[in-house]
Write a new protein. Structure first.
Length: 255
């Protein structure tokens, strides 16, 4: 299931429980839920390239990256960062297998969300598969800290607007050059996840095989903010975090 040229990533909820009937048995899977302009996609975590705190090496920058991630709501358990997600950077590389779901938005027949006053916030979808049979899934979010602005229940309204064509996506008025520091960081931030400046530095260096100075990264992030491409996210830890500005505008599903 490759990504078409006009398919845009709109939201990504890491650490989701997929309560569904798959593989001819009741199967609760954990993974990442993705909303694009065309599909809802669930990626099972057991195929994940996602990181845990134990994946980070002992260098100071890696320890700081782990601390940054932990300050965003992940729980440290015995020195291991508790995560249950798939780290999705490229939609075209998601395996097309029975543990993953690819739900075209036009095929969805029923959408509902529950805020989770009792139980976890969730999103329930029914859709017709390629054989015309109706399938159902309930997606529950794992990370439910009180500071969240949006949760999975808020996805329902946005999916409805995508389905009926009433949602207009915002397009950036300017983009950085692909081979510039700004362009490479903008690419790294394409997963719509909030990252600290040190995590941005590390991931950009790894993906593009380059070395960056912290000052370069900070300057580039600030420029991307001024261009309206990134949002700076305040955090009580004092660290600086950034997130790609959502194409959803006022319907932004950022937590």
């Amino acid at each position: 299931m490759s990504q078409s040229e006009d398919e845009r990533l709109l939201a990504q909820e890491q650490s989701v429980i997929n309560k569904t009937t798959q593989l001819h048995s009741k199967a609760d899977l954990e993974g990442t839920l993705i909303l694009t302009s065309k599909r809802v996609i669930f990626v099972s975590a057991d195929q994940s390239t996602g990181r845990s705190a134990s994946d980070f090496k002992t260098e100071a920058v890696d320890e700081r990256v782990a601390q940054e991630t932990a300050s965003l709501g992940m729980r440290m358990l015995g020195g291991v960062l508790r995560v249950s997600y798939a780290d999705v950077e490229d939609l075209s590389k998601i395996p097309n297998n029975a543990k993953n779901l690819f739900i075209p938005i036009p095929s969805i027949t029923s959408i509902s969300g529950h805020k989770g006053i009792i139980g976890r916030p969730n999103l329930k979808l029914s859709w017709k598969n390629s054989s015309g049979q109706v399938e159902n899934s309930e997606f529950q979010e794992i990370l439910t800290e009180g500071s969240r602005k949006k949760d999975l229940s808020d996805w329902a309204r946005v999916i409805e607007k995508l389905k009926d064509g009433s949602l207009t996506l915002q397009n950036p008025t300017q983009l950085p050059q692909n081979d510039s520091v700004e362009g490479r960081i903008f690419s790294v931030m394409g997963d719509m996840q909030t990252k600290g400046d040190l995590q941005i530095e590390q991931v950009t260096e790894e993906r593009f095989g380059i070395e960056l100075e912290p000052e370069e990264v900070q300057t580039a992030c600030e420029k991307l903010v001024s261009m309206g491409l990134l949002d700076q996210i305040p955090d009580a830890s004092g660290d600086t975090f950034y997130k790609k500005r959502s194409p959803l505008g006022e319907d932004d599903l950022s937590s």
